[in-house]
Design a protein around this ligand. Structure first.
Ligand code: MN
Length: 203
């Protein structure tokens, strides 16, 4: 996927999101980020840099450190690498309008060198070196989610020393770069604070 689909959905004169440089084929950056995004629904955007763009999945419930819990991850359009640095407010009415938080950040290493091939087979195994998520994980394509069949994957934690029953989304809810809550980011960016706050843990 190139960035056409990403750009088509957005108006960069209105939204502060990056337009993105055209990906060069050779860049093999290993950036990994998760952006917590309070749009029409709260979700976690899981992104892995590969061949100059960010492969992207939207995870409605966010990641789980428990190997027995599989989380639905809908593959969405590739995003530009610069998107991995974005935290802020997308204006209401724009595509994805709402508050975006950099929830986790680090690097990733695929278990096998040919990422394209792994994606084609519907099974990508990798190691995350983030601040919140670490160790061995897998994305496995799944069937049985109706019309979204082609894009539906499951994010699964493998058993290792980083597996846990802790609810990481509740225990570490804030930004990995600014420590801000969603409400704090919305307040600073002139966004809808009340809507953003509904994505922060209550109490
Ligand atoms: Mn999103």
């Amino acid at each position: 996927m190139a960035l056409d689909k990403y750009r088509k959905k957005r108006n960069f004169r209105v939204s502060p999101e990056p337009r993105g440089k055209s990906p060069g084929g050779k860049t093999s950056s290993s950036l990994y980020v998760i952006q917590k995004h309070r749009a029409s629904q709260l979700h976690y955007d899981f992104r892995l840099a590969s061949r100059g763009t960010l492969l992207s999945w939207a995870i409605p419930k966010g990641p789980s450190l428990d190997p027995r819990v599989k989380r639905l991850a809908i593959q969405v359009e590739d995003h530009p690498l610069e998107y991995g640095g974005f935290e802020g407010v997308i204006p209401e009415g724009e595509y994805g309008g709402g508050t975006v938080m950099l929830w986790d950040k680090g690097t990733w290493t695929p278990d096998e060198p040919d990422v394209e091939d792994a994606l084609g087979r519907g099974s990508l195994k990798f190691t995350l070196h983030g601040k919140k998520l670490r160790g061995s994980w897998a994305l496995v394509r799944t069937k049985g989610y109706g019309g979204r069949r082609k894009n539906a994957w499951l994010l699964i934690k493998h058993r290792d020393e980083y597996a846990s029953k802790k609810d990481i989304t509740q225990e570490k809810p804030n930004s990995v770069v600014s420590r801000r809550s969603l409400a704090g980011i919305a307040r600073d960016g002139g966004g809808d604070v009340e809507k953003a706050a509904s994505g922060d843990p209550s109490g």
